[in-house]
Design a protein around this ligand. Structure first.
Ligand SMILES: [Zn+2]
Ligand SMILES: [Zn+2]
Length: 172
C-alpha cells in the first residue's frame, strides 16, 4: 500500500515519488518471471483530480527464468508503464475501477497486469541460441558445428550398403 497523505485532496496538487517495493509473489509465466524477494523500482507521479488520485509512471523489475531453447538460466529486466485512476468513492467508479482505501492505494494489481503482458512468451538466452540436439539433448553451442548422429532407419540401412559398394566399385 502506498500512502497519498502528503498529496492531499486538492485537485491539481501533484507529487513525484521514487519507491522501491517488494515484488508481488507468483508473478510470472512458465519460463520466466519476477523472482521472489526481488525489488520493484517505481518512478511515480501522483496527481489529485476531482474523482480521485491519478497515478502514472514506470516500474522496473528483474526477471529470472530459463531459455526456451536450451534451458540455460537467464536473467533480464522489464520496464513497464503504469497508469491508474484511484477513485475516492465507489459512487463515481465502476466495478473494474480501483478505489482508494482511505489515504492508501494498492498499485500491485496495476503493476501485475502490466508486467504479465510484458513478459516474453519464449525467452531466449541469446537471439542466435541454437537450442538442444533433438537426439541427445546436448547444447548445440557446446557440441560444435560437427555434432550429428548416425542414425539410419533399418529399411534404409540395406540400401546404404548397396550405395557404398557401388561407390567403392567406381573408385577402383
Ligand atoms: Zn539458449
Ligand atoms: Zn546429439
Amino acid at each position: 500500500m502506498i500512502s497519498t497523505h502528503d498529496l492531499g485532496r486538492r485537485p491539481g496538487s501533484m507529487l513525484e515519488r521514487h519507491l522501491s517495493l517488494p515484488a508481488p509473489v507468483d508473478l510470472g509465466v512458465d519460463m520466466i518471471g519476477v523472482p521472489k524477494d526481488a525489488e520493484v523500482e517505481l518512478d511515480l507521479r501522483f496527481e489529485a483530480v476531482m474523482e480521485g488520485v491519478l497515478v502514472s509512471g514506470t516500474a522496473r523489475a528483474p526477471l529470472a527464468g530459463e531459455c526456451a531453447r536450451c534451458l540455460d538460466p537467464i536473467s533480464d529486466e522489464i520496464e513497464v508503464g503504469l497508469q491508474e485512476l484511484f477513485f475516492y468513492s465507489d459512487e463515481d467508479a465502476s466495478e473494474e475501477d480501483s478505489l482508494l482505501d482511505g489515504e492508501l492505494l494498492d498499485l500491485e494489481p496495476t503493476f501485475r497486469d502490466a508486467a504479465v503482458l510484458a513478459l516474453p512468451l519464449s525467452p531466449v538466452c541469446s537471439d542466435d541460441c541454437q537450442g538442444l540436439c533433438v537426439e541427445c539433448g546436448i547444447r548445440l553451442a557446446d557440441a560444435g558445428p560437427d555434432h550429428r548422429h548416425e542414425k539410419i532407419d533399418a529399411r534404409w540401412a540395406s540400401l546404404q550398403g548397396l550405395v557404398t559398394e557401388n561407390d567403392n566399385d567406381q573408385e577402383k
